[in-house]
Ligand binder design. Structure first.
Ligand code: PMT
Length: 399
């Protein structure tokens, strides 16, 4: 990986001690690192620690004439190839979301054209707070900003939940564009979104899938170092950066395109798409007219992309999804066995605000002999967690 100029912003939080290790790992990987600390950060770690580890003076104040005479804040903003804010406190996130420039770090963020990665770390209640989540959504809409984490788990304050900062080695993997990531060198094919099964030139049968879960997984897999092909039904989402997107409409298109992508080489196949199980037996050439009070549609079975790929002699490691409204564990594990899958990710889509066409999800992952639940959490975080879990099982399967 080419050496890069990383501007590390450290804000106030106990996770700031991990940022010292992050500087060490970034330097070891060959990157140049300059550190900017907020006043809050200085309460947890001294600038001297970061100066010793980065080998560069640490900047703490916008209004320091001596420091500005060295590398001024605008030069610092231009110097960076990548800005990483780790840990990013709730307060910093709020100020960044509002575009404020009331200290050195927010000012540099306003002045830089480099991508800004925000790595949150805070108490789980602060993370879940509606105002924090509103600020996170604002950052999510900003094309310059990427959100890395947070993770779920035990917190320094004794609570358990979302809000833990990503570990330094995970942040390093993301800085390196996933080249040292968990799926480095793997070829991954993912299906996403709904299919549309035409009835006539203006009507179709479909479902509420937005594609968000599949797109989040494609993005997470790419960041983990994989070469990703995304076979996508019709959705209103921007293509994830660095992912080869192949648009399809019907279930038959999806099978053809996914099989072609697997033929090109595939280590891991993940099916998040909500494929229509049936399609109209015929598609009328002209718009169907209102003729009688009732109408019967004749439907025929669609091909099953996931079962077809999993049944190949050269089948990749195969992960299915199962959207269920009842008896989730039984239906999901039955699908895993029947379709000969390595893993299945079950969604209980009966819960409001989760699953189809929503920002969040909650899943239970099953594999032969084990299971683990993730969420409720944003689809981005669930995807990151799933990629880590799948990579671990894929690694075991190939050794
Ligand atoms: O797109 P979002 O709005 O983000 O919502 C995400 C989601 C809820 C659609 C997703 O998380 C999910 O659960 N996807 C599976 C949806 C589903 O209906 O699964 P199923 O139980 O019908 O199918 C089981 C598996 O077989 C799935 O992996 C599916 O992609 C695959 N399948 C099914 C039928 C078919 N003809 N071909 C397939 O490949």
């Amino acid at each position: 990986m080419a050496a890069r100029r990383i501007l590390l912003g450290v804000t106030g939080g106990i996770a700031a001690y991990k940022s010292a290790e992050l500087v060490r790992q970034l330097k070891k990987a060959g990157h140049e690192v300059r550190v900017v600390m907020t006043r809050g950060a200085e309460a947890f770690v001294t600038p001297l620690t970061f100066q010793a580890l980065s080998g560069e003076p640490v900047r703490t104040s916008l209004l320091d004439p001596e420091a500005e005479a060295g590398m001024g804040h605008i030069e610092l903003a231009k110097w960076a190839d990548q800005v990483v804010i780790a840990p990013a406190s709730a307060d910093f996130i709020a100020r960044l979301a509002q575009g404020m420039a009331d200290d050195l770090l927010t000012t540099v963020c306003c002045a830089t054209e480099a991508p800004i990665a925000v790595v949150p770390a805070m108490n789980q209640a602060m993370w879940s707070n509606g105002r924090t989540q509103r600020n996170i959504r604002l950052l999510g809409d900003d094309p310059q900003i990427e959100l890395w984490g947070p993770e779920q788990g035990a917190q320094a304050c004794g609570d358990t939940g979302p809000g833990r900062m990503l570990e330094p080695e995970v942040i390093l993997g993301l800085v390196d564009g996933g080249s040292s990531g968990m799926l480095a060198g793997k070829r991954v094919v993912i299906t996403a979104g709904p299919t549309r099964e035409p009835l006539d030139p203006v009507r179709y049968i479909s479902n509420h899938s937005s594609g968000k879960m599949g797109y989040a997984l494609a993005s997470a897999a790419r960041k983990a170092g994989a070469r990703v092909t995304l076979v996508s039904g019709p959705v209103a989402l921007a293509p994830p950066a660095g992912v080869d997107v192949r648009p399809v409409i019907t279930a038959e298109d999806m099978l053809r395109e996914a099989s072609g992508a697997v033929d090109e080489g595939c280590d891991l196949f993940i099916a998040t798409a909500a494929v229509a199980d049936y399609r109209p037996q015929t598609c009328a050439g002209d718009k169907i007219k209102k003729s009688s009070e009732a109408m019967l549609l004749s439907l025929v079975r669609n091909p099953d992309t996931l079962a077809t790929i999993a049944g190949r002699a050269d089948a990749p490691f195969t992960v299915g999804f199962a959207a269920e409204t009842s008896d989730v564990a039984n239906y999901a594990t039955e699908k895993m066995q029947r379709k000969k899958l390595n893993m299945i990710v079950a969604n209980d889509v009966s819960a409001p605000g989760l699953g189809f066409n929503s920002e969040n999800n909650a899943v239970t992952v099953f594999w032969p002999g084990g299971q683990e639940s993730i969420g409720p959490d944003s689809k981005t975080n669930i995807a990151r967690h799933l990629v880590a879990m799948i990579a671990e099982h894929l690694g075991e399967a190939t050794h």
